[in-house]
Design a protein around this ligand. Structure first.
Ligand SMILES: [Cu+2]
Length: 170
């Protein structure tokens, strides 16, 4: 009995986690940008990401204070600092090319580029289909139970009448 319940449960867990993993891969990737050993360059100087992805400016114990400020004001890591951990997520509809600078070192060429590519939101459709399949399976058990119950009732009724007839015959 336990196995009979455990098997479908395991299957649905595998299906669920499988779909979660796929959507996570599609929607959330992170590109980390640091400062290279010259102290005046972002590394990598150019990244290509997709809508929904995050850029993370991350450096620790740098010789000089840096920041990352997008030209159009889309993002701004704040005051230049030797230690920065600043993340920015590019939402849907933000596809395009973005240039950002390190304000204290812009003149030295500390400029970076982020290319955001458009994404078609197809990842959600598989999740909806899987939900439909699960709900479709449930109504099947109701008619089956009705048939089973009426068959049992008919058998009992037939036996009772036969037994009754048998009694009266003797
Ligand atoms: Cu800098």
């Amino acid at each position: 009995m336990r196995f009979g319940i455990a098997a479908p449960l395991l299957l649905s867990i595998i299906l669920l986690t499988g779909s979660i993993d796929t959507s996570a891969d599609l929607q959330q990737e992170e590109a980390t940008i640091t400062v290279d050993s010259t102290n005046f360059r972002f590394s990598p100087p150019s990244v290509t990401i997709s809508e929904g992805d995050t850029v993370r400016f991350l450096w620790n114990g740098e010789l000089l204070p840096h920041n990352a400020v997008e030209g159009g004001g889309i993002f701004d890591s704040g005051e230049p600092s030797r230690n920065v951990d600043y993340s920015f997520t590019f939402g849907l509809g933000t596809n395009g090319t973005y240039e950002y600078v390190c304000e204290p070192h812009e003149d030295m060429g500390m400029i970076g580029t982020i290319i955001v590519e458009a994404v078609n939101a197809t990842g959600n459709q598989t999740t909806e289909e899987e939900t439909d399949e699960t709900t479709e399976e449930k109504p099947l058990s109701a008619p089956f139970l009705t048939i089973l119950t009426s068959t049992a009732m008919a058998t009992i009724l037939t036996r009772n009448s036969q037994f009754g007839r048998g009694l009266s015959d003797e």
